[in-house]
Design a protein around this ligand. Structure first.
Ligand code: C2O
Ligand code: CU
Length: 487
């Protein structure tokens, strides 16, 4: 159905269909008026069985982003299935209550498939959350933010260097392009540029709609915000300067609410806000903004380059309104923000087997490919420094210092919820660092240019082959992804 950018013409999207199997306690809810996949509501401890039927004309699969599942259920690209084939996903939900999501993960086409509509939320609830007095029902609102570009017929416009259409022209264009950037002649193709820089659309969609707005009552709300964009990072803030009250991140509720003037939200990250409109008069309008920030792309590689290449009129790091909230009605009843939200059992850093010599992954760019430690994605390859032992705790350090290609990269590790142990900030991150919410469990962490981030994680329950990668989907498709193996 329609994103309704220009009247009259519907936008074609790719879609999931879902069916609740008889006797299955999971409930499925369709986001009203949205092209996004259905929202799955599940309980911790529940067993899920989902039959995936690939109705696309290309390989696909489903990754349950943030969930701790066996590797055959994790949506690794080696398990992508062809058109018309089926794959049965079956696993127990072991994660804490929180806002998780799902999307395809075939190598080289994740960006394209997500872009054309394949993504949805998976909301987990548990006993700890249920006794809390949090906003429920109509006061519990999912907000999925994506940027898109449209052509004159209201169809999504997408270009990358890794899709089938791009394959023919990519290698030659790339070499020419590097010459171009180094000061020679030549020019990079738009697709190659997108693969290296990321895709940046010029229209913000919220739950699949442009110019989105939300009518609310004078009541507290739980806003579950997912950055479902391919590559765009947001710096969220309320326009009227009121603080953002953060109650949750990727892996569920924080221990206590955290007040922020702004919050950085990179692709795949989730943030849960307590937004209380009880003291706003009916008629009040409040806009959620994305504020300008430096460092999304550095120097000559910045937004001007993106504009020049015609990929977007809205540069990475630009300021713009996201969506508007209007208080339209009274409410009966109210809620108090709980002082204690959850109990987090932190991993003791003393338990880390490599505490003094962390496993280090440096983001690299060479031979026109992104990589970790100079290695690009290979379907089943695992290097010696990508082997970890089951039932151990480790420190992983991601280092983002890749020279002239310095860009922000949101790093995602499959099968894990980790703790952010330490950040060493580089230059140019001054206007983003107050926007990190590192106080809870995370599965995706933003690493700005010049930054080094240490993560603490424990490998438990399952052995097997999992992924770590940049969640700018164009970077991921372009090789900034590797396997790690738990043995
Ligand atoms: Cu949401 Cu491997 O990704
Ligand atoms: Cu990246």
């Amino acid at each position: 159905n329609s994103a309704a950018l220009r009247p009259g013409l519907a936008t074609n999207v790719w879609s999931y269909r879902a069916r609740v199997l008889k006797g299955d306690p999971a409930s499925v809810q369709v986001l009203h008026g949205s092209y996004l996949g259905p929202t799955l509501h599940v309980q911790r401890g529940q067993k899920l069985r989902i039959d995936f039927l690939n109705q696309l004309d290309q390989a696909s699969n489903v990754h349950w982003h943030g969930l701790h599942v066996p590797d055959t259920m994790d949506g690794h690209p080696r398990f992508a299935i062809g058109p018309g084939e089926r794959y049965r996903y079956e696993f127990e939900v072991r994660n804490r209550a929180g806002t998780y999501w799902y999307h395809p993960h075939p190598h080289g086409q994740t960006g394209e498939q997500v872009y054309f509509g394949l993504a949805g939320l998976l909301l987990v609830s548990d006993d700890e959350e249920q006794v809390l007095q949090l906003p429920r029902g109509e006061y519990d609102v999912p907000i999925i933010i994506q940027d898109r570009s449209f052509d004159d017929n209201n169809q999504f416009r997408y270009l990358s260097g890794t899709g089938p259409a791009a394959a023919a022209s990519s290698a030659f264009g790339a070499r020419q392009a590097l010459g171009g950037m180094m000061g020679g002649g030549g020019m990079m193709s738009g697709g190659m540029m997108t693969s290296m820089m990321g895709f940046f659309g010029d229209t913000i969609l919220v739950n699949g709609r442009s110019d989105a707005s939300l009518e609310v009552a004078r009541h507290p709300y739980r806003l579950r915000i997912l950055n479902g964009s391919n590559s765009r990072i947001y710096k969220l803030a309320w326009q009227d300067g009121r603080p953002l009250i953060v109650i949750g991140t990727d892996g569920g509720l924080l221990e206590r609410p955290v007040h922020k003037n702004y919050v950085m939200l990179a692709p795949a990250e989730r943030i849960e806000l307590w937004a209380d409109f009880s003291n706003d008069d009916v008629g009040t309008k409040i806009t959620l903004m994305s504020l300008a920030f430096e460092g999304a792309m550095r120097g000559m590689m910045g937004g001007g380059m993106g504009r020049m290449m015609g990929t977007s009129s809205m540069a990475a790091g630009a300021q713009f309104p996201m969506f508007m909230i209007e208080v339209t009605r009274e409410s009966n009843g109210s809620l108090e923000l709980p002082e204690q939200l959850s109990k987090i059992t932190w991993l003791p850093v003393e338990d880390a087997v490599n505490r003094t010599a962390p496993r280090t992954f440096r983001i690299t760019m060479g031979h026109m490919q992104w990589g970790f430690n100079g290695r690009t994605f290979e379907m089943t390859a695992v290097a010696p420094d990508e082997l970890v032992k089951l039932n151990t705790t480790e420190v992983w350090e991601f280092v983002n210092d890749s020279g002239m290609m310095a860009m922000a990269h949101p790093i995602h590790v499959h099968d894990q919820q980790f703790q952010v142990l330490e950040r060493r900030n580089g230059k140019g991150s001054d206007d983003v660092r107050d926007g990190y919410v590192d106080q809870g469990w995370k599965d995706t962490v933003l690493v700005m240019p010049g930054e080094r981030v240490k993560l603490l994680m424990r490998f438990s329950d399952y052995t097997g082959l999992y992924l770590y990668h940049c969640h700018m989907l164009e970077h991921e498709d372009f090789g900034l992804m590797r396997n790690y193996r738990i043995v």
